[in-house]
Design a protein around this ligand. Structure first.
Ligand code: ATP
Ligand code: MG
Length: 417
C-alpha cells in the first residue's frame, strides 16, 4: 500500500468529546473515523487490523469444524417473542424500526433467536448433528453510555458462534475445545499474557458463563484474579460460596480492572426446550437440542490491543495483526526514491506487507507518522543505501536499529515472524 494513494491522514486534532485512549490513538493515526459517540468507521489501515484479527479467529473456528455463514441485520419480531426477548423491559438496548406497511423489525443486537429458528428448519435428526456455525456480524446496540471508544460501540463487530449437540457430553466436549480455541485467539493477537478465563453470570440458563477478560485500566469490568491459576471471578458472581465451589481462595485473589473480550455460554438442553428446537434421536424419540453460544468482540479486541500496545509516540501493533509488517520510507532525491520503489517491489514480491511512505514531505513527518501508526518494522532508504547498499531497519517495539545490506534486509523481513 502506497500512502500517497490512501486518502486517510494522520491528524493532531481529535473530536473534543473523545476521551478513550484507544479512540484517540486510532483517530490520530488515521485508522478510524468517528461518526458519532459509539459509532466509528474503519479506514483502510484500521480495516486491515480488523481483517487480520478476523483471519486468526476464522482459522481457530474452522479448526473446531464450525462453518461460516452470515445472518441478517433486520430481524423478525416473532422469533424474539418466543423467548420474551423482544420486550424492551427484558432487552434494554434494542434499536427497532418499522417497514412501510407497519410491520415491526428489530436491528440485530444478537443473533441467537433468529439462528435457532433457522437451524431448526434444517436440523431434524441425530444424523444432522453435531453442527456448529459462526459469523462476523455488525451488532447494533443502543448502549446507554459509549465512552470507551471502539471498546463499547453502539455499532460494533462481533464473531458469534453457536453449537448444536445431541447430548450434554457431546456439548461439553465441544465447549471445552472452544475454550482452548479462544485462548489461542487471544494468544495469537498478542493478548495472551493479559487475558484470563473468568467465571461470570450465566443468566437464567446456567449457573456460570465463561468470560475472557483482558487486564486493562480502561476496562469496564472488575474481576478477582488468581494469577497463578490464571482464573478469575467476575464481581457479579463473586461470593464466598462461589469461591468455595471453584476452589479459589480469597487471600490469593487480586482485584483488577478488565475488558470482556469474549463470552461463552453452555445452555445445556434448557434453551432448546424453551425455543422448541428438537431433534429425533436414534431410537426415534424427540429430544431437545443441546446448545451453546460463543462471542468475541472483534472491534473491542482491536481497541483493547490499542490500549495495551502504545507508547508516547503512538501505536505499537503486535506483528500478527499489524496493518503492514514494514513501513518503508525514502529520504532523499530521485535516485533514492527510485531505489525505494525497487525495494517496495522486492519486499511485496516476497510476500511482505509494506506500507510505503512515498509522500513528498519532510523526513521528520515521515518518522513521526511511522511511529504513530505503529508498524512493526521501519525501513529507511537514503543516499547511503544508494552508494553503500546500507539500509536502516528499526523495530517499533524494541526501538533498536540495525543496518544491513539489501539482501540481508529482505531475507530478514521475509522470514521473520
Ligand atoms: P458488556 O457486558 O461489555 O456490555 P455483553 O456481556 O453485553 O458486554 P455479549 O452479549 O456477551 O456482551 O457479547 C459478546 C462480546 O461482544 C463481548 O464479550 C464483548 O467482547 C463484545 N461486546 C459486547 N458489547 C459490545 C459493545 N457495545 N461494543 C463493542 N463490543 C462489545
Ligand atoms: Mg457478555
Amino acid at each position: 500500500m502506497r500512502i500517497s494513494q490512501t486518502f486517510s491522514k494522520t491528524t493532531k486534532t481529535v473530536p473534543g468529546d473523545e476521551k478513550a485512549i484507544n479512540a484517540l490513538l486510532l483517530i490520530k493515526a488515521g485508522f478510524i473515523y468517528k461518526e458519532m459517540a459509539g459509532v466509528y468507521a474503519y479506514l483502510p489501515l484500521g480495516l486491515r487490523v480488523i481483517e487480520n484479527i478476523k483471519t486468526i479467529i476464522r482459522d481457530e473456528m474452522n479448526k473446531l469444524g464450525a462453518s461460516e455463514l452470515l445472518m441478517t441485520s433486520l430481524q423478525a419480531k416473532d422469533v424474539w417473542q418466543t423467548t420474551g426477548r423482544w420486550s424492551d423491559d427484558v432487552v434494554d438496548i434494542w434499536f427497532k424500526s418499522k417497514l412501510q406497511n407497519g410491520t415491526e423489525v428489530g436491528l440485530g443486537w444478537s443473533h441467537e433467536e433468529p439462528l435457532m429458528a433457522m437451524i431448526s428448519k434444517y436440523v431434524k435428526s441425530y444424523r444432522d448433528l453435531p453442527v456448529s456455525v459462526y459469523q462476523f456480524q455488525t451488532k447494533l446496540r443502543n448502549e446507554l453510555r459509549a465512552k470507551s471508544g471502539i471498546m463499547r460501540g453502539r455499532e460494533f463487530l462481533m464473531k458469534d458462534m453457536y453449537s448444536f449437540n445431541r447430548s450434554q457430553k457431546e456439548l461439553d466436549d465441544f465447549y471445552d475445545r472452544t475454550k482452548q480455541a479462544y485462548l489461542n485467539v487471544y494468544e495469537r493477537v498478542g493478548l495472551g499474557p493479559y487475558t484470563f478465563m473468568t467465571f461470570a453470570s450465566g443468566g437464567s440458563f446456567t449457573q456460570f458463563s465463561h468470560e475472557f477478560q483482558t487486564e486493562t485500566s480502561s476496562g469496564e469490568d472488575v474481576i478477582y484474579l488468581d494469577r497463578t491459576k490464571r482464573l478469575a471471578v467476575n464481581e457479579e458472581v463473586y461470593s464466598d460460596s462461589v469461591l468455595a465451589q471453584l476452589g479459589l481462595k480469597k487471600s490469593e485473589l487480586e482485584q483488577i480492572n478488565a475488558a470482556e473480550v469474549g463470552n461463552i455460554f453452555n445452555f445445556g438442553s434448557v434453551k432448546g426446550e424453551q425455543m422448541g428446537v428438537y431433534f429425533t434421536d436414534d431410537k426415534g424419540i424427540r429430544q431437545p437440542i443441546y446448545l451453546s453460544s460463543y462471542g468475541i468482540g472483534v472491534s473491542r479486541l482491536m481497541g483493547v490491543i490499542a490500549e495495551h500496545f502504545n507508547d508516547e509516540s503512538g501505536l505499537v501493533w503486535p506483528e500478527a495483526i499489524a496493518p503492514a509488517k514494514v513501513y518503508l520510507m525514502a529520504i532523499g532525491e530521485s535516485k533514492v526514491t527510485k531505489l525505494a520503489d525497487q525495494i517496495y517491489n522486492i519486499l511485496t514480491g516476497n510476500g511482505v506487507a509494506v506500507l510505503y511512505d512515498d509522500r513528498d514531505i519532510r523526513p521528520g513527518e515521515k518518522f513521526a507518522d511511522a511511529d504513530l501508526m505503529g508498524i512493526p518494522w521501519r525501513v529507511v532508504v537514503n543516499s547511503e543505501s544508494v552508494t553503500n547498499d546500507r539500509y536502516e531497519i528499526k523495530s517499533r517495539s524494541k526501538k533498536t536499529s540495525e543496518y544491513m545490506k539489501q539482501e540481508a534486509m529482505v531475507k530478514k523481513l521475509a522470514i521473520h515472524g
